[in-house]
Write a protein that binds this ligand. Structure first.
Ligand code: G3P
Length: 226
């Protein structure tokens, strides 16, 4: 199971990659536009922080297959490293996926709302498919259910593509898609922190410090006490 950070904010990326076992970063045009500065500077900044080996998922914004392919080649050459081009599951997107697959460019199928969209994208050559869990829930669908169906379809048909569950409002949704077999999740910085948060953990840690310092002194660590 892979944790991926869904942001283009460099401070958040730096902090999460310092603390947590992160595998990569996902962006989309909305996430990028929130930073409101030069697009390439943002992506090069992310690459510098995460290094060449971690995944960076960047979305093409054209809606025609040939243009998507052009963007993908440009992004691959300009950003470099372990890059995945996000392509939406529209007909021209599927066409672009077939071409990109032949060119050896890695693809993440995005804006996935149904298991059939995910299946077609995987057959067209996507390595990852990204179902939008909370957006599905918001249209009175079952986001976790769609993830579970995709996992099942990939298993039944022995398809290598992985589920990159995306669009979350809370930790419980993340927990449920992981239980359903999602191979990876992309979450914002707040949810990433939330996965670890528990008041009793904080209480226990505070109590350990009080008890330890009561006997061995304030600011003394195990290596200081002979
Ligand atoms: O990675 C896709 C994700 O960014 C969409 O999330 O919260 O805008 O539905 P959201």
């Amino acid at each position: 199971m892979l944790y991926i950070l869904d942001t283009a904010n460099l401070q958040q990326i730096k902090r999460a990659f310092d603390l947590y076992p992160m595998s990569g970063v996902t962006t989309n045009p909305t996430i990028i536009s929130k930073e409101n500065r030069n697009f390439l500077d943002i992506l090069k900044g992310i690459r510098e922080i995460i290094g060449e080996d971690k995944m960076l998922h960047v979305q093409a914004v054209s809606l025609k297959a040939e243009d998507i392919v052009k963007e993908a080649e440009y992004l691959k050459d300009t950003i470099g490293g372990n890059i995945y081009i996000k392509v939406p599951v529209i007909p021209e997107g599927i066409k672009a996926m077939k071409i990109l697959k032949k060119k050896g460019i890695k693809i993440t199928a995005t804006a996935v709302f149904t298991a059939q969209q995910a299946l077609m994208a995987a057959i067209a050559g996507a390595e990852f498919v990204a179902p939008y869990v909370n957006r599905i829930d918001n249209i009175t669908g079952n986001g976790v259910g769609v993830v579970a169906q995709i996992v099942e379809l990939f298993e039944i048909h022995q398809i290598d593509a992985k589920v990159l569950a995306a669009s979350f409002k809370n930790v419980q949704q993340v927990h449920e898609v992981i239980l359903a077999g999602a191979h990876s999740v992309t979450v914002n910085a707040e949810i990433m922190d939330g996965l670890l948060k528990h008041p009793l953990t904080d209480w226990s840690v505070d109590q350990f410090v009080v008890d330890w310092e009561g006997v061995y002194g304030k600011g003394k660590y195990t290596c200081d006490v002979k």
